[in-house]
Ligand binder design. Sequence first.
Ligand SMILES: Nc1ncnc2c1ncn2[C@@H]1O[C@H](COP(=O)(O)OP(=O)(O)OP(=O)(O)O)[C@@H](O)[C@H]1O
Length: 243
Amino acid sequence: MIEVHDVRKQFGDVKALGGVSFSARDGQITALLGPNGAGKTTLLRTLVGLLKRDQGTVAIDGADPERDPLAVRRNIGFLTDQFGLYERLSTREYLQYFGELNGIGGAALKTRIEEVSELLAMDDILERRTKGFSQGQRIKVALARTLLHRPRNLLLDEPSRGLDVMSTRALRRALIALREDGCCVIMATHVMQEVTHLCDDVIVIAQGHTVAQGSPSDLCRRTGIENLEDAFVSLVGEEGIAA
Ligand SMILES: Nc1ncnc2c1ncn2[C@@H]1O[C@H](COP(=O)(O)OP(=O)(O)OP(=O)(O)O)[C@@H](O)[C@H]1O
């Protein structure tokens, strides 16, 4: 469970987050929707403790990422837009390295690597060095790393960008399995179809503020608009400014 209240973050003169509040429940996939520059990545980085917030409270299963970073890190997986792959290592070696850093080792790690590899349909790249990997292959490796330590909370920054149809389906299956397992998943995305088909709840942010939260059908009902993309545009305004 992730609870956020009145989180604010400024970079010099740029107010990236001007007061974001929401809660994301376990066993649900929550979409983070917002125009470019709305503050989604800043919010995710703040939740995971990579950025210090200026104001507000954050609780990841009750723990504050600034006061209790180790508890939060154990319990969270974060897929960023910077994958940080090591090109000289094969996918398996890379996952072994990060598994060991997370305190998993031996047979348990070997089994876990097989599990995430199957979950993400990435057997074909397991023994290959990551140098030269395509965007989709790189995302898969980074996502596998994110899932390795079985975090109960997952923060994913545009996880489906660059994935082909088969890989997108593998990602969806993986996210559904995590939801069934009771994980709390927050996913920043611009793909409305993904939100409509996959997400239980949607947080809409614009210009660093929470504009709305509800299921896709709630948001459509609230705006009186049938299609989620149009409902989203109506909520944030054509220019990305909250209506
Ligand atoms: N390190 C930084 N220094 C200065 N400004 C920043 C920094 N990081 C983010 N910003 C600014 O904060 C605002 C929010 O950016 P952020 O990357 O969080 O948006 P986003 O919603 O993830 O956008 P996108 O959909 O384009 O990825 C933007 O105006 C951005 O330029």
